[in-house]
Ligand binder design. Structure first.
Ligand code: BG6
Length: 477
C-alpha cells in the first residue's frame, strides 16, 4: 500500500455519543431524552420520523439506550483502551438532560456536570483531546412535552443557557466543540434529530424549517458564547454529508442531484457563510413556508459563523429523474438512493464508496473554504466471535483503509482536514436501528440486541491495525 502523508498533529481517534454509549439513563438525576423513547423493533422508524405514541417509555418495549454499553460507569476502562490504540482525540457528546434534567431547571445538575469533569480529566490524563458535541440527537423530553421541542422559540434561550453553562464549566478542558450533530437529520428523522412530534394535519415542512431556523440561531448563539468564554476554542457545525450523484448525464438528473445536495447544504450555508442562500428563499416561497424571525436573527447568523466544518461520511447517494429507476431505490440509510451499479453495499444496504469520500471532502472545502473535521466514518457490520475468542474483522479494516486512503488524497488535493474520528471505536447502540449487532468498533462489547451479555470488552483484529495507522500517522494503512 502506498505511503500517505498526514499533517503533524492530525487528530486521529474515534467518535461516540452520550445517547448511544452512556446508558445510566436515570442515574444521578438525568432527565429523559429522545433516545430513551426509541425502542427496538418495527415502531422505531415511525417514532424517529415523528409519530410518537408516548412521551414516557412503554411497558413491554425494550429501549436499548437505557443501558447502552454503560459507558457512564466504564469510561475509565474504555478510555484506557482508546489510549492503548494511541488516540489523539475522542469525540463525545454531553447529554443535555444530565446538565439540565428538564431543560429548564433553575440550576444545573451538579452530578451531571461532575461526570463530564471526570470524563474530560480522564481523556486529558491520556493526552486525548475531547471533541464535544453539544446536542447529538438529544433534547430533554420535558421540553418536547412542554414546548414541542424546536418548534418553539423558547428552545433557543434554553439551549444558549445550557451551552454557556458547559463552556464556562469546561473552558480549561475542552478546545474543540460542535453544536448540533448532523443538523440536516431534522429533515429526515425529525424526532431523532430535533424532538419533533407531529399530529395529524400538521404542515410538517413548515414545522421542520421553523425548527431549523431556531436551531440555526441557537447554533450561532452558541458559537458567540463559545468565542467569548473560551477565546482559544474552535467550534464547528456537523453535517451528515455524502454527495448525490446524478444517475445519468441527463440535465434533469444533474439538476435533481444539485437540489438534493442543497437540502443538506442549506444548513451549512447558514452556519458557515452566515446567511440564508437564495435557493432557500425560493424554496420557502414556492412551498408556502414562512419562517418567523425575531429582530436581530439575521445579524446573529451573519456574525457568528463556525470555525470548521465537521461532517460524517458513510455513503454517497444517487438520484434519477426517471421514476422507473427510482422505483428500485434503496432506503438503506436514511437518505434514499437509486441503485448505483458502480459501488457495493454494506449488510444494512449503505453504499460503500471511498472515492465519494474524497469528492465530498473536496466539495465541502470548495464551497466553504474552512477547515474540515471528519467526525464520523465507518462500517456497521455483524461480527462473529471465534471459538478462540477473537474477532477477525478484515472487512472493517478494508473499508477503513480505503476511506482513509481517499482522505489522504483529499488532503493532497489541498483540502485542510484537521482530524478523523471514526464512528463507534467501541461497539455502541445503532442510532437508526437500535441494534447492537450493527457494530462499528475496534473493541467488541458482549451485548446483544435484546440487552443480554456480560458487557465484556474484547479487542478485535482492527484494534491493532488502527493502532498502527495512528502510530505511523497514516503511513501504514
Ligand atoms: C450518524 C449518527 O448518523 O451515523 C450516529 O451521527 C450514528 O449517531 C451513525 O450512530 C451510524 O448510524 P447507525 O444507524 O448505523 O448507528
Amino acid at each position: 500500500m502506498e505511503n500517505y502523508t498526514f499533517p503533524d498533529g492530525f487528530l486521529w481517534g474515534g467518535a461516540i455519543a452520550a445517547n448511544q454509549a452512556e446508558g445510566a439513563y436515570q442515574t444521578d438525576n438525568k432527565g429523559l431524552t429522545i433516545v430513551d423513547l426509541l425502542p427496538t423493533g418495527d415502531s422505531r422508524r415511525a417514532i424517529m420520523k415523528g409519530d410518537v405514541p408516548s412521551l414516557q417509555p412503554l411497558a413491554g418495549e425494550f429501549y436499548p439506550a437505557h443501558e447502552a454499553i454503560d459507558f457512564y460507569h466504564n469510561y475509565k476502562e474504555d478510555i484506557a483502551l482508546f489510549a492503548e490504540m494511541g488516540f489523539k482525540a475522542l469525540r463525545v457528546s454531553i447529554a443535555w438532560a444530565r446538565i439540565f434534567p428538564t431543560g429548564e431547571d433553575a440550576t444545573p445538575n451538579e452530578a451531571g456536570l461532575a461526570f463530564y469533569d471526570s470524563l474530560f480529566d480522564e481523556l486529558r490524563k491520556h493526552d486525548i483531546e475531547p471533541v464535544v458535541t453539544l446536542a447529538h440527537f438529544d433534547v430533554p423530553v420535558h421540553l418536547i412535552d412542554t414546548y414541542g421541542s424546536w418548534r418553539s422559540r423558547k428552545l433557543v434561550s434554553l439551549f444558549e443557557r445550557y451551552a454557556k453553562t458547559v463552556f464556562e464549566r469546561y473552558q480549561d478542558k475542552v478546545t474543540y466543540w460542535m453544536t448540533f450533530n448532523e443538523i440536516n437529520m431534522l429533515l429526515h428523522l425529525p424526532f431523532l434529530g430535533a424532538g419533533l412530534v407531529f399530529a395529524e394535519g400538521d404542515n410538517q415542512k413548515q414545522i421542520q424549517y421553523q425548527a431549523a431556523h431556531h436551531q440555526l440561531v441557537a447554533s450561532a448563539l452558541a458559537v458567540k458564547a463559545c468565542h467569548e468564554i473560551i477565546p482559544d476554542a474552535q467550534i464547528g457545525c456537523m453535517l451528515a454529508a455524502g454527495m448525490f450523484y446524478p444517475y445519468s448525464c441527463n440535465p434533469e438528473d444533474v439538476k435533481l442531484a444539485m437540489d438534493k445536495d442543497r437540502e443538506s447544504f442549506f444548513f451549512i450555508d447558514v452556519q458557515a457563510r452566515g446567511e440564508y442562500p437564495g435557493y432557500a428563499n425560493r424554496f420557502f416561497n414556492e412551498n408556502n413556508i414562512h419562517i418567523a424571525m425575531e429582530p436581530g436573527d439575521l445579524e446573529i447568523l451573519k456574525n457568528h459563523t463556525v470555525d470548521y466544518i465537521g461532517f460524517s461520511y458513510y455513503s454517497s447517494r444517487t438520484i434519477s429523474s426517471d421514476k422507473e429507476v427510482m422505483k428500485k431505490a434503496t432506503s438503506g440509510n436514511v437518505f434514499g438512493s437509486a441503485v448505483n451499479p458502480y459501488v457495493s453495499k454494506s449488510e444494512w444496504g449503505w453504499t460503500i464508496d471511498p472515492v465519494g469520500f474524497r469528492i465530498t471532502a473536496n466539495q465541502l472545502y470548495d464551497r466553504y473554504q474552512k477547515p474540515l473535521f471528519v467526525v464520523e466514518n465507518g462500517l456497521g457490520a455483524i461480527d462473529q466471535v471465534t471459538e478462540a475468542g477473537t474477532i477477525e474483522d478484515d472487512y472493517r479494516i478494508a473499508y477503513l483503509r480505503r476511506h482513509i486512503a481517499e482522505m489522504a488524497e483529499a488532503i493532497e488535493d489541498g483540502v485542510p482536514i484537521i482530524g478523523y474520528t471514526s464512528w463507534g471505536p467501541i461497539d455502541i447502540v445503532s442510532a437508526s436501528s437500535g441494534e447492537m449487532k450493527k457494530r462499528y468498533g475496534y473493541i467488541y462489547v458482549d451485548r446483544d440486541n435484546e440487552g443480554n451479555g456480560t458487557g465484556k470488552r474484547i479487542k478485535k483484529k482492527s484494534f491493532d491495525w488502527y493502532k498502527r495507522v495512528i502510530s505511523s500517522n497514516g503511513q501504514q494503512l
